[in-house]
Ligand binder design. Structure first.
Ligand SMILES: [Zn+2]
Length: 564
């Protein structure tokens, strides 16, 4: 590290640099080599583009002009709307709704041909989450139902019905559409918008789900998603298994047409994930993060953080991140360009954290074209410097445990928040706080998913940081002990290891022996306006001069007594 100057050091803390033994920047990942991933067309992909069609686009969309634009960005692949909710090619699959304005045009085919003429790969963007009334009338068993028996509809478009992943829409109808497109257009891959996502699970009460839950969980579908309920826990596992089964089926279906084809689902969510990204990575050849930009109080570093989450489970395989070129703030202006600095900052973080940026515009007839030049400038730079973005290894010497079970299930009321003393604590706060401190300290760190705590994964790191990893398996506690025995250091905060992966409280910390501490009382708080008095000097108090008190902790233990 001493060989790096400050500027290089700052760059290294944002990016995973690739440095060979000779100190030269080199290409490609050894892990990817070992898994054969470099043989796939998408393993070397560094730039992608997407224009999302609207229903009227078949009337006017100019395929050559659009592909001239994407070629000017030197993209390796484009995502183009194929079908699902709405077909943009002349489909013959029953109940596969065609765009009303398609006429005799094959818009997907025109755009795909224009892309291929320019050596750009084509991924068909599909929608599997909703279908039209005609499908609902013919196949009511394809759809989700509420507990009262009513079909579930799209919140903004009530003419669309939500499909159920446990039904044959996912195992028969979507594969029929993929097969038709394999025959007619042979895309290089399929991508599903909106599915599976990494967000909370939805509980469906269709007849099919009732049957599955009776057989697999021994109960009825749970009312809500409460990790405290035994039925929910079985439901979570059944749901994750089904997602993996569908992902694998669609991957297999994609490859029927072309062995080099691929299926990629919609993931993302930054650090806030409920679905098990480790489990998803076991079936995913490519992780796409639909994480398009900042909104509300999203931290400015969130895109690179997304890269760390994805890399913690993908072991060198392809990761992409959708970058909204339109204004996707907490009020969406879908047809206005985002400020150039904002979009560039997001795309740069995607590239720096090991993801390929996927630049995204909505609609084939933009009135606002300011986003185009902005994308061209950044993608030009990325293409000119692409050697430096084929990463060989991470330089990080610190590992931060990505505490997915805690983030997904912390709190007993199923809301994934802890409500104590009428204050709601966000379950991602603990990781976010540590993350901010590490960035400000210019430390080099990677995320390690809690289910990846094996000796080989932890070997490069001198310390493992556990930001309130409250929910840990016994086997994960054991792996942390082994890491310390082999010379690693551990820093843990708050309730780390107090519960098993589902939130069942242990009598003592699972890592009580390692920490040399035991539970003395229950957690109470959060408290404001509490203080700690400095009684005597100590090295950790260095720098705290001019005060005899410091702010007290938010959470305390019942075994203490407090002076008001
Ligand atoms: Zn269902």
């Amino acid at each position: 590290m001493s060989a790096l100057n400050r500027r290089e050091f700052i760059a290294a803390s944002a990016a995973t640099l690739a440095i060979s033994s000779a100190g030269k920047l080199v290409a490609e990942s050894p892990k990817a080599d070992a898994s054969g991933q470099n043989k796939t067309w998408y393993s070397s992909m560094l730039r992608c583009g997407q224009v999302n069609f609207n229903e009227q686009d078949p009337l006017t969309m100019n395929a050559d002009a659009w592909m001239d634009y994407w070629a000017s960005l030197k993209v390796n692949a484009v995502m183009l709307n194929g079908g699902g909710i709405m077909a943009f090619y002349p489909t013959k699959v029953p109940y596969h709704h065609r765009s009303e304005f398609l006429g005799s045009r094959d818009l997907f085919g025109d755009m795909a041909a224009a892309a291929r003429k320019r050596d750009i790969r084509v991924v068909a963007r599909m929608d599997c989450n909703f279908a039209y009334e005609e499908a609902f009338q013919a196949h009511p068993e394809w759809f989700q139902y509420n507990a009262d028996g009513s079909p579930r509809k799209h919140a903004e478009c009530p003419w669309l019905y939500a499909t159920c992943m446990f039904g044959t829409y996912f195992t028969e109808q979507m594969p029929a559409i993929y097969r038709e497109m394999n025959q007619s257009h042979a895309p290089d891959g399929f991508y599903t918008n909106g599915w599976p996502s990494t967000g909370p699970l939805e509980v469906c009460h269709c007849l099919n789900c009732q049957k599955i839950y009776k057989e697999k969980t021994g109960g009825v579908p749970p009312e809500g998603t409460d990790a405290g309920s035994a039925i929910y826990r079985r439901y979570y596992d059944v749901s994750m298994d089904r997602i993996a089964e569908i992902w694998s089926l669609w991957e297999k279906t994609a490859k029927e047409g072309n062995p080099n084809s691929v299926y990629v689902g919609n993931l993302g969510g930054g650090i806030d994930t409920v679905k098990n990204v480790k489990r998803l990575s076991e079936v995913a050849a490519w992780f796409n993060a639909d994480n398009q930009g900042r909104r509300g109080n999203t931290p400015i570093w969130e895109c690179a953080q997304q890269g760390r989450v994805a890399r913690s489970v993908m072991d060198g395989r392809t990761v992409t991140n959708v970058v909204g070129s339109y204004s996707n703030s907490s009020i969406n202006w879908r047809h206005s360009a985002k400020a150039p600095a904002e979009a560039t900052m997001w795309a740069a973080q995607a590239a720096a954290s090991g993801m390929a940026p996927w630049y995204h515009w909505l609609g084939g007839q933009p009135q606002d074209n300011r986003w185009r030049e902005n994308g061209r400038v950044f993608f030009d730079w990325l293409a000119a410097n692409q050697t430096h973005f084929r990463n060989r290894r991470s330089l990080a010497n610190l590992a931060v445990l990505y505490p997915q079970s805690t983030i997904a299930f912390y709190g007993s009321d199923g809301t994934r928040t802890r409500k104590l003393n009428r204050t709601t604590i966000d379950q991602t706060d603990y990781l976010q706080g540590l993350y901010a401190a590490l960035l400000e300290g210019r430390f080099l760190f990677d995320f390690v998913h809690q289910e990846n705590l094996d000796a080989a994964t932890l070997k490069p790191y001198r310390a493992l940081l556990l930001p309130n990893a409250a929910y840990l398996r016994d086997s994960e506690c054991e792996a942390i002990r082994d890491y310390v025995k082999s010379g690693g250091s551990v820093l843990a905060t708050f309730e780390t290891s107090r519960y098993n992966e589902w939130g069942v409280q242990r009598e003592d910390f699972g890592l009580s022996d390692l920490f040399g501490v035991s539970v003395a009382g229950e957690v109470i708080g959060p408290f404001g306006n509490s203080y700690m008095r400095i009684d005597q000097p100590h090295p950790i108090l260095e720098g705290f001069t001019g005060t005899t008190t410091l702010p007290g902790p938010e959470f305390q233990s019942t075994h203490h007594s407090f002076k008001k």
